[in-house]
Design a binder for this molecule. Structure first.
Ligand SMILES: [Zn+2]
Length: 453
């Protein structure tokens, strides 16, 4: 068995392009890059790292983001007021809907500039009435990554990430997976599979894809689409409006991708390879159902993994539980339930929670991420009570990452099953009442209309 030291060394080797030189590390880098297993950092050490990283980031946002400073001033809070962790609750939070409150046309670029912390690259927009996608394209060409996500209302959430913030998010997600998959994951041997890969995509789902391709030596792709997914296309899909051609095209893509996936599985199995599948639960579930119908069973074993993300809706009004999914994976693919790991993250944040193999609770990366639950009156509530998920994210340089989400969660101080020391979320996360349906898997599901037939 590889020791954790050796394992992390291999991990750093694989992800080195995301790690800045040590000489440039500040409190944020130390809290992310300087720890080994991110879910097993000693509590005292983690609290110290986190306090420094979040205080540093809060001061940075206060100084460099005019709009956020105004918000702080209106609430009478300044960086000097943050003296201990207990003061974290004073840090002004942004509601997730704030990132949806954009104007159309030329003003959209200004709106992004207001959210953005730091020096925004200059862009030139020649059209008199630019569409949102025109503005996004210009920013993206200048190296900024404006991620978006969409809910059923058709409003998008836009989050601007600079390279530094983006690299931290990818590295953190990869480290989350690697930490939970220790010691059975062999980065150099295992063959990863992404069944659908869309180039030029700035949907948040892309971060997880980037995570896998960055981490593993071998990654195969099913269908690669070289199309621009515009905000209009996404909006139409989320609202359930699509024309016949789009519908037929998506059926065709789905048919090809299913066939390719099954062929790939057979090849890997005959080759005695270990595999790591990354995908949205609805699609992997759909593949496993097909295999079971054809009575095709595999036995990939304990060095193979499934990583899911993006939400657990498989059809309109139908959710599959993570437990049903794991049982199916064990039965059909022979991948042990301990190796089916779900990830939880959102477009507004850069910290990913991963399932622990033992109990499948969602462990939060507590050396750089401070989780909270907010009750109905807008105040922070205790562990064990249900409310809205909120967090202070030290990794966000390019926007203020102090956010209240629309997800309803229960936060526990420790995992009831495993011995990892940090806080966890109960595994089944739903949207809070009155919040629209959202999630990366849901976007892709609607774009491809799988399950709605
Ligand atoms: Zn656990």
């Amino acid at each position: 068995m590889t020791s954790l030291e050796e394992y992390i060394k291999k991990f750093e080797e694989r992800t080195k392009k995301y790690i800045p030189p040590r000489s440039e590390w500040g409190p944020v880098e130390k809290a992310l890059y300087g720890v080994k297993d991110i879910y097993r950092v000693d509590l005292k050490e983690a609290k110290e790292l986190r306090f420094k990283a979040i205080k540093f980031q809060f001061s940075r946002q206060y100084e460099k983001n005019r709009f956020y400073r105004k918000l702080c001033k209106s609430q009478n809070i300044a960086p000097d007021d943050i003296k201990t962790e207990d003061d974290f609750k004073k840090i002004p939070l942004l509601e997730d809907r704030f990132f949806k409150s954009y104007p159309e046309g030329r003003d959209f670029a200004l709106w992004i500039a207001n959210i953005y912390t730091g020096d925004l690259p200059d862009i030139l927009i020649s059209k008199r009435n630019p569409r949102i996608d025109d503005v996004l394209r210009e920013f993206n060409q200048k190296g900024l990554k404006i991620f978006y996500s969409s809910g059923t209302s058709g409003r998008h959430t836009f989050i601007p990430r600079d390279e530094k913030t983006f690299n931290r998010a990818i590295y953190g997600a990869a480290k989350g997976f690697a930490s939970m998959a220790y010691p059975n994951l062999d980065f150099e041997r295992v063959r990863g599979y992404l069944s659908l890969y869309v180039k030029n995509i700035n949907l948040f789902a892309g971060i997880m894809g980037g995570m896998l391709s960055g981490l593993l030596k071998h990654v195969d792709y099913g269908i690669v689409l070289n199309i621009e997914v515009t905000t209009n296309m996404l909006q139409a899909a989320m609202r359930g409006r699509r024309n016949l051609i789009v519908r037929l095209a998506s059926l065709y893509i789905d048919w090809r991708r299913t066939r390719k996936f099954i062929t790939w599985l057979k090849e890997r199995y005959n080759n005695k390879d270990d595999i790591a599948l990354l995908g949205a639960p609805f699609f992997l579930n759909h593949i496993m159902n097909l295999l079971e119908k054809k009575e095709m069973y595999f036995d990939f074993g304990e060095r193979s993994f499934i990583v899911t993300g993006g939400g657990w809706k498989v059809r309109e009004n139908v959710r599959i539980t993570t437990k049903e999914f794991r049982e199916k994976a064990e039965r059909v693919l022979g991948i042990p339930q301990t190796n089916c790991l779900d990830a939880y993250g959102m477009v507004e944040g850069n910290g990913f929670a991963f399932h622990c193999p033992e109990g499948h609770y969602l462990h939060l990366p507590y050396s750089f991420y401070y989780p909270m639950v907010i009750g109905k009156d807008g105040e922070k509530i205790e562990y064990g009570e249900t409310g809205r998920f909120a967090f202070l994210d030290a990794l966000a340089d390019s926007y203020p990452g102090f956010i209240i989400s629309g997800d309803e969660v229960k936060l526990l101080e420790h995992c009831p099953v495993c011995d990892r020391p940090g806080p966890v979320l109960e595994p089944e996360i739903k949207r809070a009442r009155g919040e629209e349906v959202r999630g990366c898997a849901e976007e892709i599901r609607r774009m491809l209309s799988i399950g709605s037939r």
